[in-house]
Design a protein around this ligand. Structure first.
Ligand SMILES: *[C@@H]1O[C@H](CO)[C@@H](O)[C@H](O)[C@H]1NC(C)=O
Ligand SMILES: *[C@@H]1O[C@H](CO)[C@@H](O)[C@H](O)[C@H]1NC(C)=O
Ligand SMILES: *[C@@H]1O[C@H](CO)[C@@H](O)[C@H](O)[C@H]1NC(C)=O
Ligand SMILES: *[C@@H]1O[C@H](CO)[C@@H](O)[C@H](O)[C@H]1NC(C)=O
Ligand SMILES: *[C@@H]1O[C@H](CO)[C@@H](O)[C@H](O)[C@H]1NC(C)=O
Length: 954
C-alpha cells in the first residue's frame, strides 16, 4: 500500500517536472527594467501621494474641424538646485463610435535627441492603431512621416469614428480644475491637477483614469543627464542597460521610454480579457504575484496558472460592469490587477516598455455590447468556410503522400468525418519554406486533387523564418526586406532550419515579396483551391534569441525598433499571408482559412489560432476551457486547443474526454508531437474509437447551429464558446465559472469532464427548464438562484443540456465531410420554455465563397408559440435565390421536427394531425405526430423549406 502510494507520488512528480516550460528563460517583473521601475514607482507614489503630472488648463483647445480636444500635460521634476524641469506631453481626446472615448498622450517631438549614428527613429512609435483598428477606421493615413495630426485626421468616408460636432462636445462650465464633456450616454470629466479622467455611463461613474497617480512617462534624457530627471519616487534600475542573463545584449539605444497608467473600474470586482494566459477566465488579483504580461513568446509546454506571457496578446480588458479598456500598444506590456471588494472596484495598472499612451474606453448596457464595440473597432472575426469548422486531423508529421491518403481513407473506413488534413514542418525540403520534400511529396497537385474529391483541404506550415542561402531567402535579402539587427545588417538567428533570416512583413515591400512566394508555391490549376496555410513560430520564435524571441533592438522598416511593435509582428505575418492566399483564390472567390500562433488585437479579421504547445495531461485539458473562453470574450473566438495534448501520449480516458470537450472549441483540431505514438482516431480500440467517433459526428450534426454562431460572431463579435455570465449577468455567482459554458446563444449548455475516473459531475443551472440533450429528460429550476445537480457522466457521455426557450438546427446523417452534408435536409430540435415559447436562428450560405457579401445567404428565425405553433420567419432571402438555390445552397428543406415536451405542454391538447399555413393557404400534413417516448413529439417529413415563410400547428 505504502509502496504503491509512494510510486504514485513519484510518478506525479515526474510528469510535472518533465512537462514544464523552462521558466527562467522569461523575465520576472523584477528582472525587467521598466516593469520593475513602474512597480516601484507605484508603491512609492501610493505612500507619498505625490503627483507630478498636471493638465495645463490654459492649453485646452477644441478643434471643431476634427472634433478633438487638445491640451498639454506637463510633468514637473523638482530639483533642489536650479529650475524644475518641465516636460510637455501633447494630449488629445475624442469620442468615437457611439460609446467610446479615445485619448492619446504622446511625448513632444524629441528634438533634443542627438540622433547622429542612431539607426532607429528617436520618435515614439504611434502606429499600432493602424494595424489593430479595422480598415474602415484607418482613414487615408500615410504611414510615413507620421506626425501628431495624423491621429486626428478625419477619415473621408462617412463612418462613425468621429461623431458629428453637434452631438460631440458640450464644453460646459470649464473651470481651472475640471472640464466636462458629454456625448450621448457617455460623459466625462477631465481633472487638471493632478491629471485625471472620470468616465460616466448614464451619469454613473464607471472608470477613473489615473485615480492612483500611476501615470508615468519616461521622457527622453541622455545617460549623462539622467540623474536630474529621476523623480524621488523613481528607481533608476536598468534604465540604460539590461542585466537579465538572456537579454543583456540589448543596446537600449533610447534609454528608458516606458509609459504607464492606472484605471479603476468602479462597481465591479470582476475583470476579464488580456489573453493569452493559461489561467482562469476571471483575471486574478496580482498583488501577491507577477503582473499579467503581454509579450508574444514561444512557450513550449507552457506552465499553467501563471501570468506568464504566451504566443498572443490582446490588450483589451473589461469589467462585469460593462466597461472596457483597450490599451493600443504592441510593446512588451505588464498589467497589475487589484480587486477591492470593500470599495467595490478593480484597480489596474498598465505598463508598456515604449510607444505612446493610446487608449480606447468603451461603455455600454451589457457585455455583448462591449465586445460588439471592440470588434467594430478592431474588425469582426472573419466568417470561416464551413469546412474549417469541421474536424482537423494534424500530426507532426504525416510523412508522405501515401501516409496522408491512408489517413484519409481510414477515416472513411471507420466513419469518422473530417475536412482538413495538415502537414507540419517535415513536408518541406530540408525545412526550406515554399518547397516540398521531393521524394515524399512528388506531386502535390495530385494529392490536392484526390483530397478535393470529397471537398477536403490540405494545410501546410509556412513560417516567417527562412533558412539562410536558398532562393527564397536570397530574394528577401536582395530585396532588402529582412529584419535587421541593431547595426543595420540582416539579422541572423537560429530556428528549425538552423541559421535563418526573418521576412519583414511590417514593410509594404516585404508584404509584396512574401505574396510573390505564395504565388509561385500555390500555382494550382483553377479547379483546385484547397491548399491553405498555417503560420507557426511567428511571435517570432528564435531559439537563440532572448526569452525565446527576437532581440528588442532589431530594426524594422522605417527604422522602427522591434521593441515598439513586437506584439504586432505575428499579425503582420498572417495578414500578409492571408492577403496573398485570398488574392490567389480570387478566381474561385474562395474564402481562405488561415491559422496563426501569434496574434494581436485585430488578428480575428483574418486568422484562427490555437493555444500552442500543450501537454497530454488532465491539467491542460482543464485549462483549455478558460483559455478558449478568454479569447472568445476578447474578440477572437476562432480558437481551440490541440486534442489530446500536443506533447506526450494521452491515456485512452484522456483521449475520450478531450474529444468530448474539444468538439465545443470553435477550432476543432487533433495534433501530436513528432515523438508521440500515432493516434489517429481510427487506431483506437473500442470503446474508445466509438466514443471519439460519436464526439466528432456530433460536431458535424451541429454544424448548422455552429455556422450560424460564426455568422453572428462575424457581425457582432458575439462569443462562440460563451461564458455563463454573459448570458446571465444577473447571477453574480457565475462571474468566476469557467468549467461550464454555453455554445453561443444557442442554448446548449456543456460541462466537459476534465478529471479522470468520473461517473458523474456537478453542474449548475440558472433558472429555467433544462433538457438533457440525448434523452430530452427535463427538469425545472423555478427559483431565482443557481441550482446544482449531479449529472451522470460515464465515459461515453457528455454532460450537455438545451436550455428551454431555444431551437437548434442540425443535420443528422453521417457524411465523410461537411461538403457532402450539403444535400442533407435539416432537423429542428425545439426546446420550449415554461410558457411554451422557443426561438432559434439559422444562417445558410454556400459555405465557401464571398457570395454572402453580395447578399447570397438565407437568414431565418424559428419561433414556437404556445407550445404548439411553430413559425418560420425568414428575414433575409437572396434576390437571386432561384439561381443559386440548387447550385450553391442545395438542400434547404426540413426533414424532421423534434419538440421536447415539458410540463407546459401537457396542458395543450394536441391534435394528431398537423396543419401548415403557407401563402395564405392551409393544408394538413399527411404525416402524423409521433410520440417516440414521453419526452418528445416528432413531426416527420413536414415538406417545409427554410427559405419560405410558414406556420405549423400541431
Ligand atoms: C454650470 O455651473 C452653474 C453654476 O455652478 C450651474 O448652476 C450649472 O448647472 C452648471 N451647468 C452644467 C451644464 O453643469
Ligand atoms: C458593486 O456595484 C455594482 C454596480 O453599482 C452593484 O450592482 C453591485 O451590487 C455592487 N456589489 C457590491 C458587493 O457591493
Ligand atoms: C432545383 O431542383 C429541384 C429538385 O431537383 C427542381 O425541381 C428545380 O426545378 C430546380 N430548380 C432550378 C432553378 O434549377
Ligand atoms: C397545467 O395544468 C395543471 C393541472 O391541470 C396546472 O396545475 C398547471 O398550472 C397548468 N400549467 C400551465 C402552464 O397552464
Ligand atoms: C385540432 O383540430 C381541430 C379541427 O381541425 C381544431 O378545431 C382544433 O383547434 C385543433 N386543436 C389544436 C390544439 O390545434
Amino acid at each position: 500500500m505504502i509502496v504503491s502510494k509512494w510510486l504514485v507520488c513519484q510518478l506525479v512528480l515526474f510528469t510535472t517536472l518533465s512537462h514544464a516550460f523552462t521558466d527562467y528563460l522569461l523575465k520576472k517583473c523584477a528582472q525587467s527594467g521598466f516593469c520593475h521601475r513602474n512597480r516601484v514607482y507605484s508603491e512609492n507614489i501610493a505612500l507619498s501621494r505625490n503627483s507630478y503630472y498636471k493638465l495645463d488648463a490654459a492649453s485646452v483647445v477644441h478643434d471643431p474641424l476634427q472634433n478633438v480636444l487638445h491640451a498639454t500635460i506637463i510633468k514637473t521634476i523638482p530639483r533642489l538646485e536650479g529650475d524644475d524641469i518641465a516636460v510637455e506631453f501633447p494630449f488629445s481626446l475624442s469620442f468615437l463610435q457611439d460609446h467610446s472615448v479615445r485619448f492619446i498622450i504622446d511625448e513632444k517631438e524629441r528634438t533634443s535627441v542627438n540622433d547622429s549614428g542612431l539607426l532607429v527613429s528617436p520618435q515614439r512609435y504611434k502606429e499600432t492603431w493602424l494595424h489593430a483598428f479595422d480598415e474602415k477606421f484607418r482613414g487615408e493615413v500615410s504611414k510615413t512621416n507620421f506626425s501628431e495630426s495624423h491621429f486626428l485626421e478625419q477619415p473621408r468616408t462617412g463612418n462613425s469614428l468621429w461623431s458629428k460636432l453637434t452631438s460631440f462636445l458640450s464644453l460646459s462650465n470649464s473651470t481651472s480644475d475640471a472640464i466636462r464633456l458629454q456625448n450621448g450616454c457617455v460623459s466625462l470629466e477631465v481633472l487638471t491637477e493632478p491629471f485625471q479622467l472620470k468616465i460616466y455611463w448614464r451619469n454613473t461613474l464607471k472608470l477613473i483614469v489615473n485615480e492612483q497617480n500611476f501615470l508615468n512617462i519616461e521622457h527622453y534624457r541622455s545617460k549623462e543627464e539622467n540623474f536630474a530627471h529621476v523623480l524621488p519616487e523613481e528607481t533608476a534600475f536598468n534604465m540604460f542597460k539590461d542585466d537579465f542573463k538572456y537579454s543583456k545584449d540589448d543596446t537600449l539605444p533610447l534609454g528608458p521610454e516606458s509609459i504607464a497608467l492606472d484605471f479603476s473600474f468602479i462597481g465591479s470586482t470582476n475583470v476579464y480579457g488580456i489573453p493569452e494566459h493559461a489561467t482562469s477566465l476571471r483575471l486574478m488579483d496580482t498583488s501577491q504575484r507577477e503582473p499579467y504580461r503581454l509579450f508574444n513568446v514561444d512557450v513550449f509546454e507552457y506552465n499553467i496558472g501563471t501570468t506568464q506571457p504566451m504566443y498572443g496578446s490582446i490588450p483589451f480588458m473589461f469589467s462585469s460592469s460593462s466597461t472596457s479598456v483597450f490599451w493600443v500598444n504592441a510593446a512588451d506590456t505588464w498589467v497589475d490587477i487589484r480587486y477591492d471588494s470593500q470599495q467595490n472596484k478593480t484597480m489596474t495598472h498598465w505598463i508598456s516598455e515604449n510607444g505612446v499612451l493610446d487608449v480606447v474606453v468603451s461603455l455600454g448596457e451589457d457585455i455583448p455590447t462591449i465586445i460588439d464595440r471592440f470588434t467594430d473597432l478592431t474588425g469582426r472575426p472573419f466568417l470561416p468556410p464551413m469546412s474549417s469548422i469541421g474536424y482537423h486531423q494534424c500530426r507532426w508529421n504525416y510523412n508522405d503522400e501515401m501516409d496522408v491518403l491512408t489517413v484519409d481513407s481510414q477515416m472513411d473506413a471507420h466513419e469518422i468525418p473530417y475536412d482538413f488534413i495538415w502537414l507540419d514542418l517535415e513536408y518541406t525540403n530540408d525545412k526550406k519554406f515554399f518547397t516540398w520534400k521531393p521524394n515524399s511529396f512528388p506531386d502535390p497537385k495530385r494529392l490536392l486533387a484526390k483530397l478535393n474529391k470529397l471537398g477536403r483541404n490540405l494545410v501546410v506550415l509556412i513560417d516567417p523564418h527562412l533558412k539562410e542561402d536558398y532562393e527564397v531567402s536570397d530574394i528577401v535579402i536582395n530585396e532588402n526586406v529582412a529584419v535587421k539587427d541593431h547595426n543595420g545588417d540582416d539579422y541572423i538567428g537560429r530556428c528549425w532550419p538552423g541559421n535563418s533570416i526573418w521576412i519583414d512583413t511590417m514593410s509594404k515591400h516585404g508584404q509584396k515579396i512574401w505574396k510573390s512566394f505564395f504565388e509561385s508555391f500555390m500555382d494550382l490549376p483553377s479547379n483546385l483551391s484547397n491548399l491553405f496555410i498555417w503560420n507557426d513560430m511567428n511571435e517570432p520564435s528564435i531559439f537563440d534569441g532572448p526569452e525565446t524571441t527576437a532581440p528588442k533592438d532589431l530594426i524594422h522598416q522605417n527604422n522602427v525598433e522591434e521593441r515598439s511593435l513586437h506584439n504586432l509582428y505575428g499579425l503582420s505575418v498572417h495578414e500578409a499571408t492571408h492577403d496573398a492566399v485570398k488574392s490567389i483564390y480570387s478566381a474561385s472567390d474562395k474564402r481562405p482559412f488561415l491559422l496563426t500562433r501569434a496574434f494581436f488585437a485585430g488578428s480575428q479579421r483574418t486568422a484562427a489560432t490555437w493555444t500552442g504547445d500543450n501537454v497530454a495531461n488532465w491539467d491542460y485539458l482543464k485549462i483549455s476551457i478558460p483559455m478558449v473562453l478568454s479569447n472568445n470574450v476578447a474578440g477572437m473566438p476562432f480558437i481551440g486547443a490541440d486534442i489530446a495534448g500536443f506533447v506526450g501520449d494521452p491515456s485512452p480516458e484522456l483521449v475520450a474526454r478531450w474529444y468530448q470537450a474539444g468538439l465545443w472549441y470553435p477550432f476543432f483540431r487533433a495534433h501530436a508531437h513528432i515523438d508521440t505514438k500515432r493516434r489517429e482516431p481510427y487506431l483506437f480500440n473500442e470503446p474508445l474509437k466509438s466514443i471519439v467517433r460519436d464526439a466528432i459526428q456530433l460536431r458535424y450534426f451541429l454544424l448548422p447551429t455552429l455556422y450560424t454562431m460564426f455568422y453572428k460572431s462575424s457581425t457582432t463579435g458575439f462569443p462562440i464558446m460563451n461564458p455563463m455570465f454573459v448570458e446571465h449577468p444577473e447571477l453574480s455567482e457565475l462571474y468566476d465559472i469557467d468549467n461550464q459554458f454555453y455554445w453561443g446563444n444557442s442554448g446548449l449548455l456543456v460541462k466537459p469532464v476534465t478529471e479522470p475516473n468520473q461517473s458523474e459531475t456537478e453542474m449548475i443551472f440558472p433558472p429555467g427548464i433544462f433538457y438533457e440533450f440525448s434523452s430530452l429528460d427535463s427538469f425545472v429550476n423555478d427559483g431565482i438562484n443557481l441550482m446544482k445537480r449531479n449529472i451522470s457522466a460515464p465515459l461515453d457521455k457528455i454532460p450537455l443540456f438545451i436550455e428551454g426557450g431555444h431551437i437548434i438546427t442540425m443535420k443528422n446523417k453521417y457524411r465523410r465531410s461537411s461538403k457532402l452534408m450539403k444535400n442533407d435536409p435539416y432537423v429542428l430540435v425545439v426546446a420550449p420554455d415554461a410558457n411554451g415559447v422557443a426561438v432559434g436562428e439559422l444562417y445558410v450560405d454556400d459555405g465557401e465563397t464571398f457570395g454572402y457579401q453580395k447578399g447570397e445567404y438565407v437568414r431565418t428565425q424559428f419561433i414556437l408559440e404556445g407550445g404548439h405553433i411553430l413559425k418560420n420567419l425568414p428575414d433575409h432571402i437572396p434576390d437571386n435565390l432561384a439561381d443559386i438555390h440548387n447550385d450553391t445552397l442545395r438542400n434547404t428543406s426540413i426533414e424532421k421536427i423534434i419538440v421536447a415536451k415539458n410540463t407546459s405542454q401537457h396542458n395543450v391538447t394536441l391534435n394528431d394531425t398537423v396543419t401548415v399555413k403557407q401563402d395564405g393557404r392551409e393544408r394538413s400534413l399527411s404525416t402524423k405526430l409521433s410520440r417516440e417516448d414521453d419526452n418528445r413529439i416528432i413531426i416527420m417529413n413536414p415538406m417545409l423549406d427554410i427559405t419560405e415563410k410558414w406556420e405549423l400547428t400541431f
